[in-house]
Design a protein around this ligand. Sequence first.
Ligand SMILES: Cc1cc2nc3c(=O)[nH]c(=O)nc-3n(C[C@H](O)[C@H](O)[C@H](O)COP(=O)(O)OP(=O)(O)OC[C@H]3O[C@@H](n4cnc5c(N)ncnc54)[C@H](O)[C@@H]3O)c2cc1C
Length: 594
Amino acid sequence: MSVYNAPLNDMRFILTDVFKAHEFWQNNDNLSHVDMETVDMILEEMAKLSKNVLLPINRSGDEEGATFQGDGVVTTPEGFKEAYNQYAESGWVGLGGNPEYGGQGFPKMVTMLTEEMIFTTNQSFALYPNLTVGATLCLNAAASEEQKKTYLEKMYSGEWSGTMCLTEPHAGTDLGIIKTKAEPNGDGSFDISGTKIFITGGEHDLTENIIHLVLAKTPDAPAGSKGISLFVVPKFLVNEDGSLGERNTLAAGSIEHKMGIKASATCVMNFDNAKGWLVGAENTGLSSMFIMMNYERVTMGLQGLGGSELAYQNAALYAVDRAQGRSDTQFQSPEKPADAIVHHADVRRMLLNAKVNSEASRCFAMYVAKQLDAEKFSTDPEAAQIAAARVALLTPVAKAFLTDKALEATIDCQQVFGGHGYVREWGMEQIVRDTRIAQIYEGANGIQALDLLGRKVARNDGKYVTNFLGEIRDYIDSMQADHGIKQATLGAADTVEELTKTVLANISTRKNEINGCAVDYMHAFGYLCYSYMFAMMVEAADGKEGEFYTNKAKLADYFVGRVLPRIDAHAQMVQAGSDPMMNFDLDYFNVAVS
Ligand SMILES: Cc1cc2nc3c(=O)[nH]c(=O)nc-3n(C[C@H](O)[C@H](O)[C@H](O)COP(=O)(O)OP(=O)(O)OC[C@H]3O[C@@H](n4cnc5c(N)ncnc54)[C@H](O)[C@@H]3O)c2cc1C
């Protein structure tokens, strides 16, 4: 079984030393109820639950998987129901929920850390409550008062769970072409009919009711994404007194057999004149759903971080123990036939790549979480607006860059095990398989990159980026620490500025420029973000005594020397533009005729 110890010291360092969360909470009337002592307790409790309850069913959950029993019945693997009950009864689902409806009102800066821990120890399990949390965010923002009263409390308590039903067999990225129909009944309800696929937690045995948030089209809806409406469609209808009523006409048709996250039920959901109710105004469904999707996108970044962290912890332990070959510089264990592989520089390279990723991505997720909290809770409208712009710019990076780098980290750590990483025994191949999905769902990473370069950069003429670069440069100017990360970050900022100018200059003449350059632009941008995070960590550690702090500077050295130079390769690829892929005729790819 994998081992895990929650990196609480790293989490506290980021929360308090780097981002000064306590000051942020005290200076914000809407968050003044949050204090470090309580947060510490929350983190300690989640560390225990993750390690003692979720991790032990991670491997068995993968082996047993979720199962479709026929007749719409889906069961989760052994131990999941007990673990879920414990999770829900301890109040974890509603930790960040709206207190008016029974939530506990903790900011994202706190919930992101608890989410990291559950994703680290059991990615499949984490998806069940996280989809519910996403659905409550959407309902809280877009639903009527009556709908909030009907659903939120039971969802925060974990008695009911939530889903997000977007994808259809022919419509994944392009939701504008969905076919699911919503016919008005004249009494405020609609009949929803259609098939949704790949629905996470669409059916399972963990909760007594499942609240589906479904995208569908009303009869006269405009074509494309402007004609999408959002509906709340419960598995069991809810009586006026809040008790469960009759079974709605919807059911799971089957579940998918997948590469990873096997204990998470990924369902085909058939809606057959199921009763649903409009959430928000007609034809505004996509923007309401984006509230959920944006939240989920940052959470997917945390899924990646979880995979990266678990892989690192296990690989580091293995590398200290596994003895192969002699160290190039010294024999560390002359009394033994071989030295531990951790002495080899190349093994350290793999471990440090993963460590860099875990530390930088946790810090970046916390940075985005702070912006999310400032947007949501700030009493100063200007501060809230600046934060909202940062959230818009950085959400696709938090989703796509963090999950791309996470998969790399899990593979590096698997490699540390040699052949033992490829076989099941050590659990490393499961981490790789589980983490892979985070690059695909919630909008494939290529689409996230398009969102960054197309919507967030090009559409506003680079304004969001310019402001972000200004913030980074001001921060570096203000730093007291004397470290190479300062110059490196300024260089990375110049690179991203140059790339932004190049792309903006080219798009009027080259049609495919955004589509062809987006992923490399996003990677260059992501490395800049990591560099900024290392600058903050170095500054926070500067002058403090102890290895914990001096190691922050050493890890930043590794990042500057061995990771950040990749930004130049991505920059060159952006500069090469889209011609190298668009030069081919269509026939070149039409392998059926060659
Ligand atoms: C395990 C699992 C769980 C899921 N959970 C849910 C869920 O709970 N709810 C839900 O609604 N959906 C869910 N999904 C669906 C998931 O969000 C989609 O699979 C994903 O958004 C991609 O859609 P697609 O599979 O149809 O791929 P497609 O849209 O067909 O895309 C295929 C490829 O083409 C690329 N591409 C598409 N359009 C463009 C473009 N314009 N420019 C450049 N490249 C493009 C994509 O990046 C991708 O690489 C889940 C999927 C899986 C596998």
